[in-house]
Design a protein around this ligand. Structure first.
Ligand SMILES: NC(=O)c1ccc[n+]([C@@H]2O[C@H](COP(=O)([O-])OP(=O)(O)OC[C@H]3O[C@@H](n4cnc5c(N)ncnc54)[C@H](OP(=O)(O)O)[C@@H]3O)[C@@H](O)[C@H]2O)c1
Length: 310
């Protein structure tokens, strides 16, 4: 029997973020109005405030999307903040969810919790089987602690707390910050800037060969709903598109979308990062979920979203 979401008090924690706002759009289509609270009214790092809010609002289902999220630059510059904020958010929300008898909690992790040299495509059981990528170690350690909290509260108290590991996401509501963006929003900003400034050349770091997996956030949302309805196990569950693209092809696809006609080069003297990173998505596919949005189509929508925001 799928878990019934329609008649439940659902709290989307982090509803203003990219994932949270996609969930809100999706629930609105089904006339579901989740509980929400802005960070200005409730800082999830504060345990007393989280406890009090939960005691009043008593959610039955929690989707924990709130997190301190960022690209390599932000992760390397502010590792203490990434560790502290994410640990506190998870500890406070998960503990309060147990205390106030939340029926089901879904924690969002990330593919960066897996070891740097994990066998590809990465299966869920690769967790804690090797060393992490040093540039996002703090964030990954916090996310692993969150996964373990879900598992241990399940083991000790029987809580139905689960965790999902998305691959790289992109889409409407992404973060466009020159200091703190992921690959796709950083590329969108770079192409638009080059176009506006009439530049004839764009250079990217590395060889252009590393393979990455990208998932549109609206596809992720469908996956999360499927997981909430059907998944009740302690092991995390991957949610990726299974579609890989190398950085050079991605850059050329983005050039087409942006209308940039200049030259694109790659500087192989700069680091590439890991050569391939793709998730094994068999578990979530076996639940019946598959992504629907083609990368090019999703990027066009993301690009337009960026243009409306600058
Ligand atoms: N983006 C990706 O590529 C990606 C990939 C894999 C996994 N994930 C995971 O997916 C989840 C959602 O990511 P996202 O891309 O939607 O991130 P996002 O756009 O940065 O949204 C994060 C949300 O968390 C809120 N938040 C942060 N700290 C808070 C605090 N102390 N108290 C209350 N709220 C707080 C933010 O509030 P404000 O709006 O006030 O800042 C924001 O609404 C995260 O757990 C992330 O690790 C993301």
């Amino acid at each position: 029997m799928p878990h019934d979401l329609k008649h439940k008090r659902i709290w989307v924690a982090g509803h203003n973020g990219m994932v949270g706002s996609s969930l809100m759009r999706r629930f609105a289509k089904d006339h579901i109005k989740p509980l929400t609270v802005d960070r200005a009214s409730l800082d999830l790092r504060n345990s007393a405030d989280v406890d009090q809010w939960m005691s009043i609002h008593r959610p039955e289902i929690i989707i924990l999307c709130a997190a301190k999220v960022g690209g390599i630059g932000a992760n390397s510059t502010y590792p203490a903040d990434f560790l502290y904020d994410n640990l506190m958010i998870e500890a406070n929300v998960i503990h309060a969810a147990h205390k106030y008898d939340v029926e089901k909690l879904l924690l969002l992790g990330s593919s960066c919790i897996y070891p740097k040299l994990a066998e590809q495509p990465i299966k869920e059981d690769a967790l804690l089987s090797g060393y992490l990528e040093p540039t996002n170690e703090a964030y990954a350690i916090a996310k692993i602690a969150g996964i373990k909290m879900c598992q241990m509260y399940r083991r000790q108290y029987g809580c139905n707390f689960i965790s999902a590991m998305p691959c790289n996401l992109y889409g409407i509501g992404d973060t466009y910050d020159p200091e703190n963006s992921h690959v796709i929003p950083a590329m969108i900003m770079k192409f638009e800037d080059a176009k506006r400034q009439g530049k004839s050349h764009i250079e990217f770091w590395g060889t252009g060969t590393p393979l990455r997996e990208f998932l549109n956030v609206d596809d992720l949302t469908e996956g999360l709903i499927c997981i909430l309805e059907h998944y009740n196990e302690e092991m995390p569950i991957n949610v990726g598109s299974g579609q890989e693209i190398n950085m050079s092809d991605l850059a050329h696809m983005m050039a087409d979308i942006s209308g940039f006609k200049g030259e694109i080069t790659f500087n192989s003297k700069k680091p590439d990062g890991t050569p391939r990173k793709v998730l094994n998505n068999c578990k979530v596919n076996n639940l019946g979920w598959f992504p629907k949005i083609e990368l090019k189509e999703g990027l066009e929508v993301a690009y337009k979203d960026y243009l409306t925001r600058i």
